[in-house]
Design a protein around this ligand. Structure first.
Ligand SMILES: Cc1ncc(COP(=O)(O)O)c(C=O)c1O
Length: 382
């Protein structure tokens, strides 16, 4: 008996769908509804006083829940709207016009990150994207080979969104630091399903969001910055909440806060923080180690089922190189995905990779069989 299945009742959507899409939108915990009601009740009854009674501090108090999952200390994670904003904040900390102007990014990075990096070219940045030889994996030596004394920042997606390839962050960080470069890790596809410890990995920045494995809903991105760097980093992408004395409303150049507030900008997305908290609590209560153990067992089982059905697997077979998703490449994958959705088997499709199928801690083994069975039935294989 799988003890994690006791959580199923907490997720209403599981009673009527085969929910294999937590890499895209994690299922909503039942208790999130009460938390949203708490937000409206606070707004209704406390009004403006809500700011000083908790809302103002929420980017950090909510960030502490994320910090507990990714190995950051208290006060070291600030909530933002999304990863794209976090990447803009991180890259705005650097001067890209000097000799050290290289930004090395892994070729499996999320496109949003790429768009932001290429925009830095107008400030003098030289963007080096390390291509994946097969579009699915990226041997770490290739990334290491691109990092040199002119590198300012290395950007790595811990788990690639397209193939679920798990990157060796520790090796990349070691190399980057050896040449005086910093590392920003995108944890969106790892945190909550693969154990992450930002302090042990020694990354300089880490970012991610709550929509997927953390079951927190949209609008709650997070940013971790290594504490000993705070004094040296002055993000150009900023706002009044990052000021040392925001309520002095001084004009002119900003004087940055001395804590993690220096990485904030304008009014935060308070309702999203209420929505996200339940997911963080549940993930922490279960523990990512237990989630990972189950994920490895179930993704391995999915690959076995796919092999038996003659379906092409576009995900690393070595669990040590694989995140929480298995990608199954079938002809007309987009149309097959639409039919799966019609049958209440929820997955998604990414061009160049295939149908992304993700068990999470609440998934039954029977659902793995149902998903592969439905794909076989729709495609007429084997
Ligand atoms: C690895 C990764 N990074 C970034 C994003 C996008 O983040 P956001 O929409 O918060 O900017 C996604 C998915 O949507 C992703 O999978």
């Amino acid at each position: 008996m799988d003890p994690l299945l006791a959580w199923r009742d907490e997720f209403p959507i599981l009673s009527h769908t085969t929910y294999m899409i937590s890499h895209s939108l994690g299922a909503m915990p039942r208790r999130a509804e009460a938390r949203m009601a708490e937000f409206t009740a606070t707004w209704a009854s406390r009004g403006i006083r809500a700011w000083e009674e908790g809302w103002w501090e929420m980017p950090v108090t909510t960030g502490n829940f994320v910090g507990a999952i990714i190995g950051a200390g208290e006060g070291e994670v600030v909530m933002q709207q999304n990863v794209s904003i976090c990447q803009s904040i991180v890259t705005s900390c650097f001067d890209w016009s000097g000799r050290r102007n290289k930004l090395v990014t892994d070729g499996l990075n999320f496109p949003s990150n790429d768009y932001i990096y290429h925009g830095l070219a107008r400030q003098g940045a030289c963007i080096v994207s390390v291509p994946s030889p097969d579009g699915l994996t990226l041997p770490v030596e290739l990334v290491l080979g691109a990092i040199d004394e002119e590198t300012q920042l290395v950007s790595v997606s811990h788990v690639a969104f397209r193939s679920s390839y798990l990157q060796d962050l520790a090796a990349i960080t070691e190399r980057a630091h050896a040449v005086g470069a910093m590392v920003v890790a995108d944890l969106y596809q790892s945190a909550g399903t693969v154990p992450v410890n930002v302090r042990e990995l020694a990354v300089d920045f880490a970012t991610g969001g709550s929509v997927k494995w953390l079951c927190g809903g949209p609008g709650a991105g997070y940013l971790y910055v290594r504490r000993d760097l705070w004094d040296r980093l002055n993000p150009a992408a900023t706002g009044w909440m990052a000021h040392e004395q925001p309520f002095a409303f001084e004009g002119g150049a900003i004087r940055y806060a001395r804590n993690a507030f220096r990485f904030l900008n304008g009014t935060p997305n308070i309702p999203a923080f209420y929505s996200a908290r339940s997911g963080y609590e549940i993930i922490s209560e279960i523990g990512v180690a237990a989630i990972r153990a189950k994920s490895i067992r179930q993704t391995t089982r999915l690959i076995e089922l796919a092999d038996a059905a003659g379906l092409r697997v576009n995900t690393p077979r070595n669990p040590g190189e694989r995140g929480g998703v298995v990608i199954l490449d079938v002809p007309n994958g987009h149309e097959v995905t639409r039919e799966l959705t019609r049958r209440e088997v929820l997955v998604d499709y990414r061009p160049g990779a295939g149908i992304r199928v993700a068990p999470h801690f609440y998934t039954t083994d029977e659902e793995l069989e149902r998903t592969v069975g439905a794909i076989v039935d729709i495609t007429g294989r084997p």
